[in-house]
Design a protein around this ligand. Structure first.
Ligand code: COA
Length: 183
């Protein structure tokens, strides 16, 4: 019902349980594209799996611990952004994202993440926002850099996938750094 404009023809909206069929259809278009780069629990195979992801986020959202937001382009769900974790006690959150191939290359994730960062670091008063990705995920690292995040460290051979292990990058931006960029 409520949506925020991103660029031209795209909007950001809460992604909720009632979107399960649309989300499952989107995952059919996105699955193999995102599989190497996101947590395995997010890459479900059917409608029940898609609904379970939406329910998990809804329950954690109710506890102010996470959040899930879809990006619709020309009326089609093409991806989204999320608070993987939202921790008011620590003053810290982790942001994540994904797109199906048709959504890539339009600046949608940078625009959507800016909205999440502004809400977390300004409206909600958190101090840190983190971004974690496989070190060889150049498109994801580029988003973190575009958002003004700093690469704080690397966990070596943290991420098992396809019989190999990959380094994992930790990026973050602090509230004063975000405010300075906005000014
Ligand atoms: C990571 C991922 C979400 C990045 O998507 P993306 O489209 O590259 O990111 P953005 O929305 O920020 O868009 C940036 C691209 O849009 C282009 N763009 C066009 N207009 C733009 C604008 N107004 N502002 C910023 N970028 C713009 C940029 O040039 C860039 O494209 P390029 O890299 O080909 O030059 C996507 O590659 C993806 O879903 N990958 C698989 C899953 C994944 O890795 N998820 C993250 C796990 S950590």
């Amino acid at each position: 019902m409520f949506s925020l404009p991103l660029r031209n023809d795209a909007v950001l909206r809460p992604l909720e349980i009632w979107h399960a069929e649309e989300f499952a259809a989107h995952l059919d278009r996105a699955r193999e594209h995102i599989r190497p780069w996101v947590g395995p629990a997010f890459v479900t195979d059917d409608l029940d799996g898609a609904r379970a992801t939406l329910r998990r986020y809804a329950e954690r959202r109710a506890g102010d611990q996470a959040g899930l937001f879809g990006i619709w382009r020309d009326g089609t769900l093409v991806g989204g952004v999320m608070f993987v974790d939202f921790n008011t006690a620590l003053g810290s959150c982790e942001i994540g994202c994904w797109l199906e191939p048709a959504g890539e290359g339009h600046g949608l994730i940078t625009a959507a993440c800016s909205i999440l960062l502004d809400w977390a670091l300004t409206t909600r008063g958190l101090h840190r926002a983190e971004w974690r990705c496989r070190a060889d995920n150049a498109r994801s690292s580029a988003v973190a850099e575009r958002l003004g995040m700093t690469l704080e460290g690397v966990q070596r051979e943290y991420w098992p996938y396809g019989g190999a292990r990959y380094d994992k990058q930790y990026w973050a931006i602090l509230a004063p750094e975000w405010q300075a960029r906005r000014a």
